[in-house]
Design a protein around this ligand. Structure first.
Ligand code: HEM
Ligand code: FES
Length: 756
């Protein structure tokens, strides 16, 4: 082993820092908390050479994702390689068993990989995962039944390893055999591939791995004798007969061994990590006990915060620059997803655990792109059901005093034991399951918290302000001007911009009573202090660019709410701004008095009963170059501004609509094709389905909330093709740029290529 990196093999002037030299993924800090152990790297040295392992370590979100995104430059060929080479003696033991672990899916190069993946994908599609739901539920219930009266259990031993293993065997079509033996085999495979066993242990390990290899071969032979067998491996055997060049013999044997581990250890560890984390946090556990709809997002946040696959590998096929560091061809990379998942640039307050986090699904624990975990939706289903059963039947569960230990290795992480306790006398009466979870990524609509109305204040006739707080008095998440929240009450679900003080622990929204509306505003006008509402967000699709040289704020009617928060902020930071407030009768313009008081000299009010109409054309014409125009109000006002600014590319227009309106005719829908550049396949989008529906059915995780082109959560990046934009989020200039689209509504005018 060199003392320097491969680029400076003699060690002279090698830039390997002391911390990089000290990095050891098999012991110490990395084993306890890999994300914390690499905090220094995320801050100072995002890519470094580790002489201890011979790998370049990649720790930041953008770099890890970029590596996953390009399987040609960053080959997965080393994914199942022994990270600690075995001595000849141990290799001879392996050879004596005929051990020949080779390419599966996860370590296969292109184009063979995508051809094979496409052929074997069907069992994993959301529609087919459905078939496993009842089995997971029954198994979980049986396990809980077996210990619920005991008051103390090691969840790993008594349920968590066996549920995923049983489900995995059924999914694969492998007959259930000696489960405990399979568990031992899996641990041996993990240490063999990702661990650093001592020299003596390597011999024993080689025997165990050799036996596992032979076992996999025997199972395969038995399955080959059943041509009509059910399950994914049976399907692979049939495809092997039809396309032996794509689904090869060697693939079948290697996959049989690798998948037993991939499908069960990953999920068992993920469940143990999640329960440990939720019980340690307390608040998250209480929230899922009260509201099972929060479980899917809690699962994603657990996978982000403490995932079960913490690092993966790739090897460079040509020289490349990663995170600003030049790497030679052949360089081996250890890409640490656990660290990427704590990258502040991707996840706000990344080190805090927050089950309401609305981009938790962006975690990289399932990998990303062409090789992204095919079993992610089966794993999600298992994790959700396990958490639902435990939180419903044992809400009073607590962690017992214990020392946690982990099997030392670079990649698979979960406690060896998880002791929990509860007071049996306080076990609640058995109730029915509280949620039937959809297959796939969580819906943002479900990520809602309870808030209580602390005060109701009349602003002007027809407009009230509601002051909202956390029922337990905890501060609500921070927000920035332009942000909105969604409030739900009695089946009504409406978006309102925040307009209070962002530093206050609670929120304020102002609501116009719309007599001609569908009843939502009238219902919210009837609330009284003490009413509990459900709240989603805050989210900000209308952010303020504080760096703009000048700001023109334009509000129409109740559109004043986000604009007011913006004006307050711009005043506070000493920015240059003017605010124009257009309204009907002066007496009905909310917050006018406060604006005149706090923003005197910067505000012009244009009440129609007192003053001539505002001359928007003149305002736009007078705006100095670089001005950012932020506007919220009725559709007509926003359309006028879009037209007026179309000939002023030196201005930036940001707008926020009140509603989606309904200006699209479904009869206009045309079918189109969409090519997914990162995943490596193409999908047809028929006229009667949205792009969002088609992507989800293919197992692609896409967030969504409004599903009417209004909120911006389903945005995807467009690499090529013409978009038929039908959303209310993008400005004319953004539409013209053609690099983004809202896939819940917008469609392709012909073939589209997306960065997915
Ligand atoms: C691949 C994680 C559960 C089957 C992967 C990869 C990761 C991963 C990190 C490599 C991704 C990449 O290279 O981009 C996980 C985690 C799980 C889980 C964290 C549980 C929480 C499962 C289950 C199954 C499964 C239950 C099967 C039933 C696969 C397969 C691949 C894969 C077949 C290879 C995909 C390919 O290379 O095309 N998984 N996995 N996984 N996983 Fe999972
Ligand atoms: Fe809201 Fe698509 S989900 S814009």
């Amino acid at each position: 082993m060199t003392t320097g990196c491969p680029a400076h093999a003699d060690g002279a002037a090698c830039p390997v820092s002391d911390r990089a030299r000290a990095f050891d993924p098999f012991t110490g800090a990395y084993q306890i908390d890999p994300a914390a152990a690499l905090a220094w790297s995320r801050a100072e040295e995002p890519v470094f050479y580790s002489p201890e392992t011979g790998y370049w370590v990649v720790s930041c979100y953008a770099d890890v994702k970029a590596v996953f995104r390009d399987p040609l430059l960053f080959s997965p060929c080393n994914v199942l390689e022994k990270i600690t080479p075995f001595p000849d003696e141990a290799m001879a033991v392996l050879a004596s068993y005929g051990y020949a672990m080779n390419r599966t899916l996860v370590n296969e190069d292109e184009p063979a990989h995508t051809e094979r993946r496409r052929m074997l994908m069907a069992h994993f599609l959301p529609a087919n995962i459905e078939a496993h739901r009842d089995r997971v539920r029954v198994l979980t219930r049986e396990k809980v039944d077996a210990f619920i009266a005991k008051g103390r259990a090691d969840l790993v031993e008594e349920m968590l390893w066996e549920i995923p293993l049983t489900v995995a065997l059924h999914f694969l079509g492998v007959p259930e055999s000696d489960m405990a033996r399979l568990r031992e085999f899996s641990m041996a495979h993990t240490v063999n591939t990702w661990g650093r066993p001592s020299r003596e242990d390597q011999i024993a390990l080689a025997h165990e791995v050799g036996r596992f290899w032979q076992f996999a071969g025997e199972v395969l032979n038995r399955m080959r004798a059943e041509p009509h067998g059910q399950g994914w491996m049976h399907e692979a055997i049939r495809q092997n007969a039809l396309h032996p060049d794509i689904v090869t013999d060697s693939y079948l044997h290697s996959m049989m061994m690798a998948i037993i581990v991939a499908a069960h250890e990953t999920t068992a560890h993920a469940a143990a990590n999640a329960i440990k984390l939720l019980l340690t946090d307390g608040a998250g556990w209480r929230a899922i006990c009260e509201d099972a709809a929060l479980i899917p997002n809690a699962v994603e946040e657990c996978l982000r915060y403490a995932g079960s696959v913490v690092a993966w590998r790739r090897q460079l096929t040509s020289p490349a620059t990663v995170g600003g560091t030049d790497l030679p061809a052949g360089a081996k990379l250890l890409i640490v997803m656990a660290s990427a998942n704590h990258d502040e640039r991707q996840f706000q307050n990344a080190d805090s655990f927050d089950i309401y986090r609305d981009n938790a699904t962006d975690h990289l624990t399932f990998g990303y792109g062409a090789h992204q975990c095919m079993g992610k939706n089966l794993a999600r289903l298992e994790l959700r059901i396990i958490l639902e059963e435990l939180s419903r039947r044992l809400p009073h569960l607590r962690l017992a005093e214990q020392e946690f230990t982990y099997l030392p290795n670079t990649s698979f992480r979960g406690p060896d034991h998880l002791w929990v306790e509860w007071d049996v006398a306080a076990n609640p009466a058995e109730g029915a399951e509280r949620a039937r979870f959809e297959i796939g990524a969580p819906r943002r609509k479900d990520i809602a918290r309870s808030v209580v109305v602390t005060a109701v204040q009349t602003e002007v006739e027809g407009v009230i302000s509601l002051h909202l707080a956390d029922p337990q008095g905890r501060p609500l998440p921070r927000w920035t001007p332009g942000a909105h929240v969604d409030l739900e009450l009695d089946g009504f679900d409406r978006s309102y911009s925040l307009c209070g003080d962002p530093d206050a622990p609670g929120y304020t929204v102002s609501i116009l009573r719309e007599e001609a509306g569908r009843g939502g505003s009238r219902r919210f006008h009837a609330v009284t202090p003490g009413t509990v509402l459900r709240l989603r967000g805050p989210r900000n699709h209308f952010p303020l660019d504080e760096a703009a040289p000048a700001h023109l704020l334009i509000a129409g009617g109740i559109g004043i709410t986000p604009i007011l928060a913006m004006a307050d902020r711009l005043k506070r930071i000493g920015a240059r701004y003017h605010l124009h407030y257009l309204g009907g009768a002066e007496a009905r313009m909310a917050h006018l008095a406060r604006l005149s008081r706090d923003h005197a000299g910067q505000v012009a009010a244009h009440p129609r009963d007192r003053a001539p109409r505002a001359d928007l054309a003149a305002l736009v014409a007078a705006a100095p170059p670089g001005t950012r125009i932020s506007a919220c109000g009725p559709a007509r006002m926003l359309e006028a501004l879009q037209t007026l600014t179309a000939t002023r590319p030196d201005l930036v227009l940001a707008i926020e609509h009140f509603s989606a309106g309904d200006d699209t005719d479904l009869a206009d829908n045309r079918p189109f094709e969409v090519e997914l550049a990162d995943s490596g396949f193409t999908l047809p989008v028929p006229a009667d389905r949205t792009l969002l529906q088609v992507l989800r059915a293919a197992g692609i995780d896409i967030a969504s909330d409004c599903e009417e082109g209004l909120c911006g959560s389903c945005e995807v990046a467009v690499l090529d093709g013409t978009v038929d934009h039908r959303d209310k989020v993008l400005s004319i200039a953004e539409r013209a740029a053609g690099t983004r689209m809202m896939c819940c509504r917008s469609r392709g005018a012909g073939r589209l290529k997306l960065a997915l």
